[in-house]
Structures are given as structure tokens and as C-alpha cells.
Design a protein around this ligand. Structure first.
Ligand SMILES: Nc1ncnc2c1ncn2[C@@H]1O[C@H](COP(=O)(O)OP(=O)(O)OP(=O)(O)O)[C@@H](O)[C@H]1O
Ligand SMILES: [Mg+2]
Length: 471
């Protein structure tokens, strides 16, 4: 332990700095505790101690506005300067498909403006995203063995640079020429692993460090409030219902796993308060609330491509759970939360497990009864698997395309399971394309093993919108 707080000690002299050791901030960060460093996008620093989630850094050109020049930073907010500088301005290495769309749709970008990004489903492959009027087209770049890159399987390029150069002169299949690289607009800063360096491993926090603000809503496990942590950081707080159904051991075990899951399409768990009841679950705050309400209010203003894009984001988050052998158990539009630019993240994964099996179904009444989202084998035999999540995802697709409509509208809850077991499936909504309906029906295959994986769902959905990959 240090006797003097970091900010009161003189900064140690920086020994000779190798070019290689300089890091650059990709996003702004505002200190949340007195051991954190405040910095702005573009600030340079050296890393004194590198950690997976949090590192200790020293600013190279301290900004007179910040009193602290050395402290902890989220590791994912910085990158080696050399790797950033050497990249062409159209390379948006870390952007995913939905980010590419929101970046290119910003008013500062025009028809033909583009970026290249890694594909989420296969990080060894790249795609081009190109603004095409009021939409964005995505074009797969094939790696042709040792021969380089190609879009059309005929014209080969040794490097991505050559490929981009060529299509700035020649038309792509959609009759567009690449114009200017997507203008760097501020991307939403990524989530940190936990609230701060000190809590990264030990994430039980003092209840008193959280100030509860207005109530955001109420669900099957408790009430959700806006909160302020340490007077600095906006969070969401779920106050768990005090209930005999809540198995404390199970809850703690589950929360430990949830804390380890990090993905841009999962709502990040920050901390818990479990020393006394009611338990608190502290997570990132999502400014536009639940997808269900969002669809009910704004659904009719969103075009089909945007809706598909949102479904892809959910499926992408589910791929992460799938490959990590984790099951959600309560996948539904109410448990997808929406941020800026139609960003969707999955919430409440694993929570359904901590209330004992059967009871969650009996505890819920009316239209919200999750039986409408639950695969028959899970409802009747508690066989929850990633394939029962796939079933729920199919139901979620009907919510997305139906602007937040209740699944099996017109059926009583008790009738749903009975009908489904007899082979009944929800009919195709008018707005829904045949292709999308086929995907839903595949999710609702009676045999769980015949249902698609989330990975294949992402690929199928990617070919669904009008911005589909052009071959
Ligand atoms: N992290 C968050 N950021 C912003 N709003 C949230 C957050 N978590 C929950 N909410 C809001 O609080 C409401 C209640 O959430 P809660 O998870 O308790 O219930 P639910 O999702 O309706 O049902 P379930 O019990 O199946 O999760 C949500 O509908 C949403 O509007
Ligand atoms: Mg929820």
C-alpha cells in the first residue's frame, strides 16, 4: 500500500521512451475514483504496469487541466500508437457491422464513403461497408489462399490497400465507387470491466457508495433504478426482490460467472451488493431502456434493415454466450436494452437460473408470462440449453418485426404451450419477409438439435436485409 495518494507524489521521471512503448487513447475517459486517470482521445501515455482489464499509465504530455498524471486506466481504451498510425484511415479494425452503419449514416459522411472492418463471425476476414444513399451496403472481402484479396473472385489484390485503391477508380457490384474514408466521428466508448481498478477482482461494493435515483421499471426479479456510483458514474441498479425463491448460493455463483462475461453486445455487470438484503446488481445504464418499449414507441419509424440490424446485434451477443457455454434462459425483447444509435445489448443473462426452476413460471402472470418465449422442452422438462435460447430468439424476432407485439396475441397463456406442443407455430406477420419467417420456423423446430446455432443465425440474418452482402 502506498502511504501518499498517487496524485500527491511527484511524477517519477520517465526513462528513455521507445517509440514502441507509447500508447494513444482511443476514447475520452473521466476518472471515477481518485486513483484513476482522466484523459482525452488522442492523449499519449506510457503504460507502467499492464493488466488485462486495468493498467497503470503515465501521461506523456500532461494536460494542465488534469491534476493527476499517473493512475489506472481501462486497458481497452488505449492502443499502441505505432499500430494506430500505420493503419490507413479507412481501417476501422474494431467496428462491428452495426457500428459501421451508425458511423457511415452520420451526416458528415456521404454516398460512397466507406470503411473496412473485421468480420465478427470470422476475425480473420474483412468486409467493406459502403454508404449507399440512405442505406449502408456490406461487401465481403474474400481471402484467396496465398493470392491475396478479392471481392468478385476474379480480380485479385495483393493487399487491402490495392483493393481499396482499385475500387476508388472502378465500380463495385452495386454501381458505387468508393469515395472517401468514413470520417472519424466519436464512437461510443466501450464498457470497462467493472467500475474501477480496485473493484476489478473484488467486486462487492458498499451499498452506501450508490445513490439511487429514479425508478426505471419493475420486472420478475426486482425493481430497477438509475443510480450514481461514487458520485461520479451513472449506473443501473437492480434491487432484487426479497424472496424465498431466491437461492443465495446460486445467485452468488451465477453473479461470479456474469462478471466474467465481457462483450460489446452484453450489458456489462459492474458490481453487486450481497452482504445484506435486498441484493443489488449494478450494471451499465442503457439510455433508451428496454427493446420492447422502444419498439412500441419507435418501431414504426424504424425501417426493416434497421430492425434486422438490431436482431443481428442480439444474435452476435448470443454467439458469445454460445461459444462460452453459457445459457441465457430469459431471452425476450424486455431483456434487450437499447443505447444510442439503436445499439442493442443483452441483459439479465443467467438470472432466471437463480430462482428455482418451476417457480419462475408460476410466479409470473398475464401477458408477461415467459411461457410465450420458452421452448416446450424447457417449459415442461426444464431442459434449458442454448437451443432453448434459440427458440426464444425466434419469438424475439416476432417482437422485433411486430413492433413489440405480444407473441401469440389472442391466445391465453395456458393455451400457448398446449398449442405449441400440438405443433402450432405463430403465423407469419404481414411485415415479415418469407426469408425471415423461415429463420423463425427453424428456431421453433420441435427437435432442439435441428435448430440453428446462433453463429449460423447471424450469417442467415446478414443476408436478410437489403444491405445484404453483395456477391
Ligand atoms: N441497465 C438498464 N438500463 C436502463 N434501463 C434498464 C436497465 N435494466 C432495466 N431497465 C429498465 O427497467 C425495466 C425493468 O427491468 P427488469 O429486468 O427488472 O424487468 P423485465 O426485463 O421487464 O423482466 P425480467 O424480469 O424478465 O428481466 C426494463 O423494462 C427497462 O426499461
Ligand atoms: Mg429484464
Amino acid at each position: 500500500r502506498l502511504s501518499t495518494p498517487i496524485q500527491d507524489r511527484p511524477a517519477p521521471p520517465i526513462p528513455q521512451i521507445e517509440e514502441e512503448d507509447i500508447y494513444i487513447a482511443l476514447y475520452d475517459y473521466v476518472a471515477r475514483t481518485n486513483k484513476d486517470l482522466t484523459f482525452k482521445k488522442g492523449d499519449t501515455m506510457v503504460i507502467l504496469k499492464k493488466g488485462q482489464n486495468w493498467s497503470i499509465a503515465q501521461l506523456l504530455e500532461p494536460n494542465p487541466l488534469y491534476s493527476v498524471t499517473e493512475g489506472s486506466i481501462p486497458t481497452n481504451y488505449v492502443k499502441k500508437q505505432s499500430s494506430v498510425v500505420s493503419q490507413p484511415s479507412w481501417m476501422f479494425d474494431t467496428a462491428d457491422r452495426s457500428e459501421a452503419v451508425s458511423l457511415l449514416m452520420q451526416p458528415c459522411n456521404n454516398h460512397g464513403d466507406f470503411l473496412a472492418r473485421r468480420r465478427t463471425t470470422n476475425p480473420n476476414e474483412y468486409a467493406l461497408s459502403v454508404r449507399n444513399g440512405a442505406t449502408v451496403n456490406h461487401i465481403k472481402i474474400e481471402k484467396m489462399g496465398g493470392q491475396g484479396y478479392s471481392i468478385d473472385h476474379h480480380t485479385m489484390f495483393a493487399t487491402l490497400n490495392d483493393l481499396v485503391g482499385y475500387y476508388q477508380e472502378n465500380m463495385l457490384a452495386n454501381d458505387i465507387r468508393l469515395r472517401s474514408p468514413c470520417k472519424q466521428v466519436v464512437m461510443e466508448s466501450p464498457q470497462t470491466a467493472g467500475l474501477s481498478h480496485d473493484l476489478a477482482d473484488e467486486w462487492e461494493i458498499d451499498r452506501k457508495s450508490i445513490e439511487l435515483k429514479e425508478k426505471l421499471g419493475k420486472g420478475n426479479f426486482g425493481e430497477v433504478y438509475k443510480g450514481l456510483w461514487n458520485g461520479t458514474t451513472r449506473v443501473a441498479v437492480k434491487k432484487m426482490i426479497k424472496s424465498d425463491l431466491l437461492d443465495k448460493e446460486e445467485f452468488l455463483k451465477e453473479a461470479k460467472i456474469m462478471k466474467k462475461l465481457h462483450h460489446p453486445k452484453l450489458v456489462q455487470l459492474y458490481a453487486v451488493c450481497t452482504h445484506s438484503e435486498p441484493f443489488y446488481i449494478v450494471t451499465e445504464l442503457m439510455c433508451n431502456g428496454s427493446l420492447r418499449e422502444y419498439l412500441r414507441e419507435k418501431g414504426k419509424d424504424l425501417n426493416e434493415d434497421t430492425l434486422i440490424e438490431m436482431a443481428i446485434q442480439v444474435a452476435t451477443g448470443m454467439v458469445y454466450l454460445e461459444v462460452n457455454d453459457y445459457i441465457h434462459r430469459d431471452l425476450a425483447a424486455r431483456n434487450i436494452l437499447v443505447g444510442k444509435n439503436n445499439i442493442c445489448k443483452i441483459a439479465d443473462f443467467g438470472l432466471a437460473r437463480v430462482t428455482q426452476g418451476n417457480d419462475i413460471y408460476q410466479a409470473k402472470v398475464g401477458a408477461e408470462f415467459p411461457i410465450r418465449w420458452t421452448a416446450p422442452e424447457a417449459a415442461t422438462m426444464q431442459q434449458f440449453t442454448i437451443k432453448s435460447d434459440v427458440w426464444s430468439f425466434g419469438i424475439l424476432l416476432t417482437e422485433i418485426i411486430g413492433n413489440g407485439r405480444v407473441p401469440y396475441a389472442g391466445f391465453q397463456t395456458f393455451e400457448v404451450l398446449e398449442q405449441v406442443e400440438r405443433g402450432y407455430r405463430m403465423e407469419k406477420l404481414e411485415k415479415c419477409s418469407e426469408q425471415l419467417y423461415d429463420i423463425m420456423m427453424a428456431c421453433w423446430h420441435k427437435d432442439p438439435n435441428q435448430r440453428p446455432s446462433f453463429e449460423s443465425l447471424v450469417m442467415q440474418l446478414e443476408t436478410c436485409d437489403s444491405a445484404a452482402f453483395l456477391e
